[in-house]
Design a binder for this molecule. Structure first.
Ligand code: PEP
Ligand code: MN
Length: 263
């Protein structure tokens, strides 16, 4: 169902006046984790100024260590929605437990399924039973075939509003956090009608190459870009090293939009 063979025209996901896929590019930005009401409010204000329509922010964080910040849970989702509503933005947040999906749907416009859960087939099926757009992240070591099959799990349950996002894969290279597989973009666009985005934060982990990588993604045919932004990155409770501060974020958006590649 996700293949070009089954449907030739691009899937366009329309949410409250924002279209993802099709002729316009989209930017998704926000903190790695929702940390406080003030933090997400400040970020939401900067997104509004920069003309970015979708705010992201994790409330259920799949952390490597159980001793690291695990997220604010539903309290965080409430803060994210309040900030988004204040500035007329859409919300996106990761859900890790199928039992949380229904309640989360009151706060998120797009459900994110994270890289670590791309192979969690019960979560995929449960998201497929929802009538809510899903942003599916590529697994840490997933082939494109596995990635498309994960999307198929969702769509085959009747939820056709799925977006794919390349977020870097594990390789031996250590100068970037992960290896951004830029070739995934044109391949996914050729193989599937679903919108394809690129997360330049988790793929590179390096602020200074995020704008060129975003431009490369758009040049390769990506429908959108995700980037992490935090009012005070050194104090962030997760991914402190890779989050742009507000000034860096504004510069990033200017550079990407001025490239001529942003549609
Ligand atoms: C995230 O986007 O918040 C995240 C945890 O990313 P990933 O699942 O790609 O590691
Ligand atoms: Mn992060």
């Amino acid at each position: 169902l996700v293949s070009r063979k089954s449907k030739t025209e691009d899937t366009i996901i329309r949410i409250k006046g924002t279209a993802i896929g099709g002729s316009d590019s989209v930017l998704v930005a926000g903190p790695c984790s929702v940390e406080s009401a003030e933090q997400v409010m400040e970020v939401a204000a900067s997104l509004k100024r920069a003309g970015v329509p979708v705010i992201r922010g994790g409330a259920f964080k799949p952390r490597t260590s159980p001793y690291d910040f695990q997220g604010l849970g539903f309290e965080g989702l409430v803060m994210l929605k309040e900030a988004a509503d204040e500035f007329g933005l859409l919300t996106i947040s990761e859900i890790v437990d199928p039992r949380h999906l229904e309640r989360a749907a009151d706060y998120v416009d797009i459900i994110q399924i994270g890289a670590r859960n791309m192979h969690n087939f019960e979560l995929l099926k449960a998201a497929g039973d929802m009538r809510k757009p899903v942003l599916l992240k590529r697994g840490l070591a997933a082939t494109l075939d596995e990635f498309l099959h994960a999307a198929e799990y969702i769509v085959s349950r009747g939820n056709s509003e799925v977006m794919l996002i390349e977020r870097g894969i594990r390789t031996y290279e250590k100068w970037t956090r992960n290896t951004l597989d830029i070739s995934a973009v044109p391949i996914l666009k050729q193989q599937s009608h679903l919108p394809v985005l690129v997360d330049v934060s988790h793929s590179t982990g390096r602020k200074e190459i995020m704008a060129p990588c975003a431009k490369a993604a758009l040049a390769a045919g990506a429908d959108g870009i995700m980037v992490e932004v935090h009012p005070n990155p050194p104090a962030a409770l997760s991914d402190a090293d890779q989050q742009l501060d507000i000034g860096e974020f504004e510069q990033f958006v200017r550079e990407v939009k001025a490239s001529g590649l942003y549609r």
